[in-house]
Design a binder for this molecule. Sequence first.
Ligand code: CP
Length: 308
Amino acid sequence: MRHLLNPLDFSVDEVQYMLKLAQNIKNNPEKYSHVCEGKKLATLFYEPSTRTRLSFEAAMLNLGGKTLGFQSADSSSASKGESVADTIRVISCYADIAAMRHPKEGAPMVASLYSGIPVINAGDGGHNHPTQTFTDLLTILELKGRLDNMTIGFCGDLKFGRTVHSLINAMKRYDNVTFILISPEELAIPQYLKEELIAGNFKFKEVRQLEEVMGELDILYMTRVQKERFFNEEEYIRLKNSFILDSKKLNLAKKDCYVLHPLPRVNEIAVEVDNDERAAYFKQVQNGVYVRMALILILLGLDKVVEF
Ligand code: CP
């Protein structure tokens, strides 16, 4: 039995295979519409979500399976004090695979130690969000035709943004990728990630202004300032408008510099940018369903049922 806790749990070859499977599902959805008949996915969400939870549910329904789950800690027995370990033991009696989101870093990993079914990390605190990363990789691959030889800018809350942490780690495995880290000092990437970039001799720089690097980027990965992870509301209010991408700033970018965002957006991308053909964040959302369909098939050992 295999879990997905960190994007690096899959080798580069395995990621390539999953993305290829996701693309085949995207091109031939009808071929996969019965593969998971009789299977159940449990969504265990201790933190709010729109995209991740609903795209997991859509993925399982598209595969012919069924779903069950809870949307918040308050509506589960976690509110009575039940542990993650006990919860996953129970869910293992009801479902074939589980996707878990939790505010505490490492909670899905703890669940995996006690689980009788594959556990997928659907976002753990400020740590990792592997299925968002696979979604991002598929979107970049489709837009640019490659995952290597590129300059990617990460802008916004790089301290708490788990999608940023996961995608940096995933992109480090491809040749000649340059990372440009655009944030206020208070929201810079965690020290351990910076040390890993230095130790691995990766090309990166930290800047405080988006405008000064726009022309260098092949991909701009915008992020929301993560209000829910601040201890101090005043600090959030001071930092929340640090970066706002509007059409004027995007006009400084290359014609094929695509803008990604894991969403939800608050105000860091002006709505006027949505009409620019380089705005790719809603394509990302759509790709999330195909990637999660591919992942469910792989973790359930059903990925070879349809030949491609
Ligand atoms: N991208 C993402 O994780 O969105 P949700 O919080 O809505 O799931």
